[in-house]
Design a protein around this ligand. Structure first.
Ligand code: SAH
Ligand code: SF4
Length: 438
């Protein structure tokens, strides 16, 4: 998963990585007690927050709103949910009393539950969100979502799946099996929760220490699909979520500020461009198929040449709308001068930006991050070839919020449960100890 902090740190080595010790991580944790329960939520009442216009329309039709009123009612709800951040139907003053009561009887405006919020020393915030059950076979899932404040933007890094079917060898999420796709509502709701927690709705105040845009702009100005999961394996939901996020009468994020990162699902790239019209990022990481097969096993199916061809044909690609190529710096693996020269050669003719990402270690990873001098040298070669070569400043490392480090808490607890069971400790103890592991 990604931090998506695109600051240029070319000349400034990143601060020493704080050890991800339990103590350091605990420092940043705030349990959000008041959000543990959803006030007023009865069992089975679905939430309308995060739905698309069509979904809202269908819900209203279901409860008997007459066809001739549907368009206007959807517009009203849209305004309250996405522009005002309403959390109750009661406050929707331009809806009749009877309709408000009916809506509250059948639906809620609940958000995914914020199980924990961790605030890094650098202002990065990571939320563990619990998505309610979607049916009898689903007990509900947990995902992570990260907010990265910078001087000129606030980037929200969202998840598109719980876990990932792909098994990139350097990625922590890749060690977790896929649990399920997120619905478009669950994807869009991540932005709603972020704005709730940042106090970023008209009339609300931001929490202490939150970054406040000096130009009066939005706290969440950019969205990157660089959290858990492969967005192009859940494309319908990603496309619908982007429609909600970018709607001008609501959350209003420009599609040019929404970036979808893929490990290279070639057959879906064109559809992403045509239907979502978002920016594209490619997790390249290697310039030879042999090595990329190892790092990003999906490469065996869609090798580099096919991937780059799909990039050349990406709808809307131009010098003003460049494709970002992500390249994780792995010590002694993909970081030679020759790799840098080959990278530049292979990208020639594609309107591209190159992002060098220092590898973010996680417990059990078999790689190390390249030395800073090596990254500088690599970056220099890329820079001389005419590319700005920002090195992504690692953000939120003290709360394990950086690229490729997101993994659901449920999964971590399960792993811990296994370990404890193996050592003869009862599973009940695991959840009691869960906080210490968070
Ligand atoms: N599945 C998509 C999006 C999520 S991963 C994809 O692979 O593009 C977001 C980015 O984080 C990808 O570029 C991924 O390669 C990178 N990443 C994963 N693990 C990482 C790690 N441990 N250190 C640095 N970057 C990592
Ligand atoms: Fe999945 Fe992306 Fe991680 Fe690869 S890097 S395992 S595609 S989340």
């Amino acid at each position: 998963m990604a931090t998506a902090s695109l600051e240029i740190a070319k000349r400034n080595p990143p601060a020493a990585t704080p050890a991800a010790s339990d103590a350091a991580r605990l420092d940043g944790i705030e349990k959000i007690a008041e959000l543990q329960a959803s006030p007023g939520a009865g069992p089975g009442r679905p939430s309308l927050a995060g739905l698309t216009r069509d979904e809202l329309k269908a819900k209203l039709a279901e409860i008997g709103v007459p066809e001739r009123e549907l368009k206007m009612r959807v517009a009203q709800l849209w305004h309250w949910i996405y522009l005002r951040g309403a959390t109750s139907f009661e406050e929707m003053s331009n809806l009749g009393k009877a309709l408000r009561a009916r809506l509250a009887e059948i639906f809620t405006l609940d958000r995914p539950q914020v199980v924990s919020e961790q605030v890094s020393k650098d202002g990065t915030r990571k939320w563990l969100l619990r998505m309610p059950s979607t049916g009898p076979l689903d007990k509900g899932v947990e995902i992570e979502c990260v907010y990265i404040p910078e001087v000129d933007r606030g980037t929200l890094c969202v998840s598109s799946q719980v876990g990932c079917t792909l098994t990139c060898s350097f990625c922590h999420t890749g060690t977790q099996r896929l649990v399920r796709n997120l619905t478009s509502q669950e994807i869009a709701a991540q932005a709603i929760v972020a704005r709730d927690r940042l106090g970023d709705w008209p009339g609300r105040t931001p929490p202490d220490g939150a970054f406040v845009p000096s130009d009066g702009g939005r706290f969440v100005s950019n969205i990157v699909f660089m959290g858990m999961g492969e967005p192009l394996y859940n494309l319908d939901n990603v496309v619908n979520a982007i429609a909600v996020l970018s709607d001008n009468e609501g959350l209003g994020l420009s599609r040019r500020r929404i970036t979808v990162s893929t490990s290279g699902v070639v057959p879906q790239m064109e559809r992403l461009g045509l239907q979502a019209n978002s920016m594209l990022a490619i997790s390249l990481h290697a310039v030879r198929d042999e090595l990329r097969n190892e790092l990003v096993p999906l490469n065996k199916k869609y090798p580099i040449a096919d991937l780059l061809e799909a990039c050349r044909n990406y709808p809307g690609v131009s010098n003003a709308r460049r494709i970002t190529f992500e390249y994780v710096m792995l010590k002694g693996v993909n970081d030679t001068d020759q790799d840098a020269r080959e990278l530049v050669r292979r990208l020639s003719g594609i309107p591209a930006k190159i992002n060098l990402i220092p590898f973010n270690p996680w417990p059990g990873a078999k790689y190390e991050c390249s030395d800073w001098e090596r990254i500088e040298r690599f970056s220099e070669i890329v820079f001389r070839a005419g590319y700005a070569s920002p090195v992504r400043t690692p953000r939120g490392r003290d709360i394990l919020a950086a690229c490729g480090q997101l993994k659901s808490e449920t999964e971590k607890l399960r792993a811990r449960a296994r370990l404890m069971l193996e050592s003869g400790i009862g599973a009940e103890g695991v959840y009691a100890l869960g906080d210490a592991d968070a």
